[in-house]
Design a protein around this ligand. Sequence first.
Ligand SMILES: *[C@@H]1O[C@H](CO)[C@@H](O)[C@H](O)[C@H]1NC(C)=O
Ligand SMILES: *[C@@H]1O[C@H](CO)[C@@H](O)[C@H](O)[C@H]1NC(C)=O
Length: 464
Amino acid sequence: MARCYCRWRRVLICVCSPCICLILLFLYAGIMVCMDMNTKAQQMSSTIRSLENEHFVAWGSFKNKSFAPLPKTFWKLDEEAFWNRLQVTVDRHFNPILKPPKIEMGIRNNAFYDSLLRLSFSEVIDLENMRKKIEQLPRQMQDFVGHMKQRNYPVIIQPADSTCGAGAADEKEPPLLLLAIKSTELNLQNRQAIRQTWGQVGWVGTHRKNSHRRQEVGGYIRRVFLIGKENPQGSGMDASELLQMEGQYYGDIVQWDFSDTFFNLSLKDVHFWSWFSSRCSQTRFVFKGDDDVFVNLPNMIAYLHEQLEKPHAEQTMNEFMVGDVIGAAFPNRLCQSKYFVPDSFYKGLYPTYAGGGGVVYSGQLAKRLHDVSRRVHLFPIDDVFVGMCMARLNASPIHHPAFLTFDFPKMEEAEPCAYHTILLVHKRSPTQLIELWDNVSRTRNQCWNVPLRVSDQKVNASKV
Ligand SMILES: *[C@@H]1O[C@H](CO)[C@@H](O)[C@H](O)[C@H]1NC(C)=O
Ligand SMILES: *[C@@H]1O[C@H](CO)[C@@H](O)[C@H](O)[C@H]1NC(C)=O
């Protein structure tokens, strides 16, 4: 009986120990696999989370509820419109549900963005029905489409020594504001008027608005003009040599080698952001505007100081953009208009955007716009393109009634302190700039404490 039990025990041990070993091995392998998958998933979800700010998959709540909420994507998911179709192709590559590994690839490899834009372009343009549509677009639009995937034009003129525009001498702290003004080769008069008036560089002092005592504030100002190439046949003269000399003298010209046409203006933004990111990392704010605007620079400086002193300024600066904001605009479908965009090119609303006469944004945001712009196809209207990039960052511009991109409402301009209530007004000639600047300087003592405009009687909100 005892021998029998012993034998059974030996058999049991012989049979069971390998089994137990195997089970343990499986358990171990199982646990390891689970742990590995878990860390992968964690990495993945943190990647997705870190991208969420810049990504567009699910639109969260709108920051500024005073504007009508937009649909999940501001454009229609319409396969028929050319731009929409291109952008959908890019977005699919960044959709973490459809193509998870691509996200990590995109982070590691910057060139990935560029190749993706080109890839989506060739995918869409090869479609038979698309090619027919493009042939029916207006000529200027066809030209735009033909050059759309090219966005690396070389610099022709820029300030020496890697400086971020004119005005670098003797700065004792990082520049407060870079004035980045869109100009053209031939607009020398506008540039001269700006240099003499609101575009002065170096330390500019002012005093706070809405305070009981006159408290001084100020900041270092830099200036740069953003210029493309004039078509020599169009203007009948070649101003490029003059511009070269102007650039050497003032150190405030950046010129790129693309035609300076209306539809090419969004190229100025992408090139400027890239230039800014490599040269102006310390600059706190950027003013980007036209060369026919009047800016009340002292007011602007006081306003920007106010923004920096607000609680949580560090965070809000991450997406700070202010201007004359236009929400949920429809594309212009009148074919005589400068802003005409046919629905075979773009369908849907425009995202919330700031009118292009002049906007101010933080240096931090400029760098983020630079990154995100490499995932957004160029758009023929530059303000809208900037709005699209903002939407991609899930950020919205702040509206301020002191940005008068559609001029003063009737009668208001005649008031003695009118120009002290604004930050900017659009459409002023070089002569007017000089007169206005004199006027504003003369009345400074008399008007020092008038507040900025707060009410918003829009004169004409149907620009685009
Ligand atoms: C939202 O926009 C309105 C203008 O319509 C402005 O008065 C308000 O300050 C904005 N709010 C925020 C939080 O930016
Ligand atoms: C934009 O610039 C490029 C390069 O100079 C030019 O070939 C193209 O025609 C321009 N596009 C438009 C729409 O003017």
